[in-house]
Design a protein around this ligand. Structure first.
Ligand code: HEM
Ligand SMILES: *[C@@H]1O[C@H](CO)[C@@H](O)[C@H](O)[C@H]1NC(C)=O
Ligand SMILES: *[C@@H]1O[C@H](CO)[C@@H](O)[C@H](O)[C@H]1NC(C)=O
Length: 492
């Protein structure tokens, strides 16, 4: 009798049962509450992966938005994403109900690299204390013996020199700008800048950039969807892990060096200040060396690529719009002249230049979907139910290209930031985001953009190489940067 039963429940039957069971389980897990934001039909197990174009993930979402509007949901693997557009809802997410969306999602690649330490991908108390510490420390180095402004001005001098070496011939300014910009963070974090010819420094920057770009690779995205399987496969995610190990060891060495000649009563830089915090034993076990490594790399990552990309866009726009460039130079000549370096206090007297820099940031829109947030608890967002654990992406493009706010959203037009000849800022200008988790380096970034940009235009006129046309197409890596280009920096 038993044997008969067993034989009739054939292997195929078992298989069918298993599949049905998994389907039901998946359906239960995936079942969405009432008023969940609209989205397309999700297949079992893979969600919307079938709609995904891995070479251009944004294209899929773009299509969905055209169909569903200002709020749209998608499922990738078992992760739920919600894209939010328009001022009303974005302000809810980032400000009015900001506490409910304050966390960063746990992204498998980041977890593997940093175990969610540092500033960018940490959460809870660890994030709160480190953010407060980093803000204070950045502020202190703006006041110390040598102010941050002086450090940036010094670096402007070096950057002008290496541009001068090109003698007006076409060259790709990318690496030189990266060197200069990351030296500001290096000077804050490590206490020293690096010579542009320093091989270790070049290797560090190259590795950082390569690694950041790999984070957008197909294998890295697959790892994020199915970490436990992809972990065993070869591919660019393995290169990411290897590179981060090297980057961490670079920072670790710097920390060890600091410990050797450490003077507890004097803080030379971020590392010194952090070591003081470790020594105090404040915040229990929160301030520890492992976290310092993660913070240092986070500052380098967040502070280099973003600012450097923006400056590369700025030079490109100047070469594209010579009449705008000429007006900036006229303002520089009138307010600063040729005899001294630009200073931050000049900014208020230079509304046109200030407007041009803002317009570069608006139009180049380098972080179009902000940095992802995680829903901390079930939240009602303008009538839509957002369950805890949902990934939130705020569409900054929808603000910076809003047709009702900007006169000519798709045109590069410094007039967007001028009113009766005075600088005028719009609340729709949010490249640094807004709220308690907004960019931690905004003040620094704005100082760098102003000083580097004016120092370069004080000394050079930027032009397309002879017989070439510069394009404004972008490539989406970690930020939306211009395609590699060559430009002529003609001494004035
Ligand atoms: C043009 C330059 C820059 C742009 C456009 C930019 C933009 C952003 C954006 C959009 C975010 C995410 C904010 C959010 O989630 O709401 C962010 C976060 C961050 N930025 Fe920047 N940033 C720039 C430069 C810098 C610099 C120079 C630093 C270095 C101090 C920096 C450090 C950070 C850090 C540490 C975070 C993470 C903050 C957190 O999670 O609490 N950024 N940035
Ligand atoms: C973001 O906003 C822009 C401009 O309004 C829109 O064209 C685009 O479809 C939006 N994308 C997403 C994913 O919301
Ligand atoms: C640019 O084009 C002109 C006319 O076609 C030609 O005479 C000149 O040699 C070109 N210059 C360069 C640098 O290629």
């Amino acid at each position: 009798m038993l044997r008969f039963l067993w034989e009739s429940i054939s292997f195929q039957m078992l298989l069918v049962f298993l599949v049905v069971f998994l389907l039901v389980a998946d359906y239960m897990k995936r079942r969405k509450p009432k008023n969940y934001p609209p989205g397309p039909f999700a297949l079992p197990f893979v969600g919307h992966l079938y709609l995904m174009d891995y070479s251009n993930p944004l294209k899929m979402v773009q299509k969905l938005v055209e169909k569903y509007g200002d709020i749209v949901s998608t499922e990738v693997g078992s992760t739920s994403f919600v894209f939010v557009s328009g001022m009303r809802m974005i302000k809810e997410v980032l400000v009015n109900q900001g506490e409910n969306f304050i966390d960063r999602p746990d992204i498998p690649v980041d977890r593997e690299v940093f175990s969610n330490m540092g500033l960018i991908s940490s959460n809870g108390q660890l994030w709160k204390q480190h953010r407060r510490f980093a803000l204070t420390t950045l502020r202190n180095f703006g006041l110390g013996k040598r102010s941050l402004e002086e450090r940036i001005q010094e670096e402007c001098g070096y950057l002008v020199d290496v541009f001068m070496d090109e003698q007006g011939n076409p060259f790709n300014p990318h690496l030189k700008i990266n060197n200069a910009v990351s030296n500001i963070i290096c000077s804050i974090v490590f206490g020293n800048r690096f010579d542009y010819h320093d091989e270790n420094f070049q290797k560090l920057l190259q590795l950082l950039e390569e690694t950041m770009n790999l984070h957008a690779s197909i294998m890295s995205q697959l790892y994020n969807s199915f970490p436990s399987i992809v972990k065993y496969l070869p591919g660019s995610h393995q290169t990411i892990f290897k590179n981060w190990r090297y980057l961490k060891s670079f920072v670790k060495e710097k920390i060890d060096k600091h410990k050797e000649d450490w003077n507890p009563s004097e803080s030379r830089d971020f590392i010194d200040s952090y070591l003081q915090e470790v020594a105090k034993g404040n915040g229990g076990s929160i301030f520890k060396e492992e976290n310092l490594v993660a913070c240092a790399l986070d500052l380098l990552v967040a502070g280099t690529e973003t600012t450097s990309t923006t400056i590369r866009w700025a030079l490109l726009y100047m070469a594209k719009y010579p009449e705008i460039q000429a007006r900036v130079q006229a303002e520089i000549d009138a307010v600063i002249g040729q005899a001294r370096l630009p200073a931050l206090e000049d900014r208020d007297k230079m509304p046109y230049t200030n407007a041009v820099i803002h317009e570069v940031q608006r139009k180049s829109n380098i972080i179009p979907f902000n940095v992802p947030r995680l829903t901390v608890k079930d939240t009602d967002l303008c009538g839509f139910h957002i369950p805890k654990g949902t990934f939130m992406l705020t569409n900054l493009t929808s603000l910076m290209f809003d047709k009702n706010e900007w006169e000519t959203p798709d045109t590069f037009n410094p007039g967007h930031f001028l009113k009766d000849g005075q600088f005028h800022k719009s609340e729709y200008f949010l490249p640094f985001s807004i709220g308690k988790r907004a960019c931690l380096g905004e003040v620094l970034a704005r100082a760098e953009l102003f000083l580097f940009f004016t120092a370069l235009l004080q000394k050079f006129t930027f032009q397309a190489p002879p017989n070439t046309t510069l394009g404004l197409e972008f490539k989406l890596g970690i930020t939306a940067g211009p395609l590699p280009y060559k430009i002529c920096a003609v001494p004035r």
